[in-house]
Every structure is written in structure tokens, then in C-alpha cells.
Design a protein around this ligand. Structure first.
Ligand code: VGL
Ligand code: ZN
Length: 200
């Protein structure tokens, strides 16, 4: 029997309204998300977890503003307000998120010089987080993604998951997006084309 996991992406204070990189309506999804967590066979959480002065922060680059982009050795990188700094309240999970059933927390973005949108690979698309090995070893062949943000960490995770051969679904009703420069429409399109099952 192929097992199934719900992966809850970055449901952290900084991505919710009032946070450093608040996603509009990010906290609205909590009641239905918690109910879905309770019904899921396996539950995995991801946590954006940056050191102070991380290279994805606009404040780390002279003359740059949040939402501009720069070229890093591994490719294009959007710059963000300082967010999810290790050990801060902003990096904590939302206080209403049901953590009890979580079996694993994957932290990402903890290396100073490289960001990690996907929960499978860092932004060089090569350095693994270990999640694929964990899922395979536990015979988890199908995943459902929910959380924040639709067009960054959720979408990049979904694209890597299908490429790795996992049966991949995104619960759009349990996600909210950032939408910088058309990123939401673009990433929805990429996911559709890659064979991610999008559930409205
Ligand atoms: C995210 C931007 C920067 C996300 C994380 O969780 O989608 N977005 N870091
Ligand atoms: Zn981040």
C-alpha cells in the first residue's frame, strides 16, 4: 500500500498577516487546515529558518529593496524583507496550527548564501533536504501540499515532487499566495503543465 502524507508548508507567524512577510489571508486557512491535518495519515511540516543577515534578505544587499531580484551564483533570487530568522517569534509556527500530529519538521533556508523555496532541494535545485529519502524509506508515494506561499514554497515543492516521481496534489483552498510580478499565475501554470493535481 502506498502511503500518503500531508505536507504543511511554512505556516509561520512571519507569513501570516501582521508578520514580516505577511501573506494576505494566510491565517484564514487555519480552521480547515487543522481539520485536514487531523484526517491525514502522515503529517509533515516545513519551516523557513534563516540565519540573521541571510542572503535572501534585501537588507543584506546595498541599495536593494524587497521584491527586487538579483543574480546569485545559483541563479535569480527574489529579495525579501527580513523574515523567519532562527529562534525568533516570526519563525515560530502560527499559535493556532495543530502541531500534535506532525511526524517531521523540515527546516530550510538555513545556509547563509542560498535560499530554499522547495522543501526537497535548495534553490540550486541540487542540494537535497533529505525529504525525498524520508518519504521513500517510509513508502510514502503520494503527497498533498498546503500552506504558504502558493507561488513560492508550495509551488517549488510541488514541481520538485512530481519531478521526483511522487503523486502530487496541491490544495489551493488551503494555500494563499504572495503574487510578485505575476508569480501566482506563472506558477499555477507551471504546476498544471508539470502534472501537479490542483484542487480548488
Ligand atoms: C517563502 C519567500 C521567502 C515561502 C519563503 O514560504 O513561500 N517565500 N521565503
Ligand atoms: Zn524565506
Amino acid at each position: 500500500m502506498i502511503a500518503h502524507a500531508l505536507i504543511v508548508v511554512d505556516m509561520q507567524n512571519d507569513f501570516c498577516p501582521g508578520g514580516a512577510l505577511g501573506v494576505k489571508g494566510g491565517d484564514e486557512i487555519l480552521p480547515l487546515l487543522n481539520a485536514t491535518i487531523n484526517e491525514s495519515e502522515h503529517v509533515i511540516l516545513t519551516q523557513d529558518w534563516h540565519p540573521k543577515g541571510h542572503s535572501s534578505f534585501a537588507s543584506s544587499h546595498q541599495g536593494k529593496e524587497p521584491y527586487q531580484s538579483i543574480t546569485m551564483p545559483y541563479g535569480e533570487q527574489t529579495l525579501w524583507p527580513d523574515h523567519c530568522v532562527q529562534g525568533t517569534t516570526g519563525a515560530d509556527f502560527h499559535p493556532q496550527l495543530n502541531l500534535t500530529r506532525a511526524q517531521l519538521v523540515i527546516r530550510k533556508g538555513f545556509r547563509h548564501g542560498i535560499d530554499s523555496y522547495s522543501t526537497f532541494f535548495e534553490n540550486d535545485h541540487q542540494t537535497p533536504t533529505g525529504l525525498a529519502g524520508y518519504l521513500r524509506e517510509r513508502n510514502i508515494g503520494a503527497i498533498t501540499l498546503a500552506g504558504l506561499a502558493t507561488d513560492f514554497c508550495v509551488a517549488f515543492s510541488a514541481l520538485d515532487a512530481v519531478a521526483l516521481g511522487f503523486n502530487t496534489r496541491v490544495r489551493l483552498d488551503l494555500c494563499r499566495g504572495i503574487d510578485v510580478n505575476g508569480s501566482l499565475a506563472l506558477m499555477l501554470d507551471k504546476m498544471r503543465q508539470a502534472g501537479v493535481e490542483l484542487i480548488a
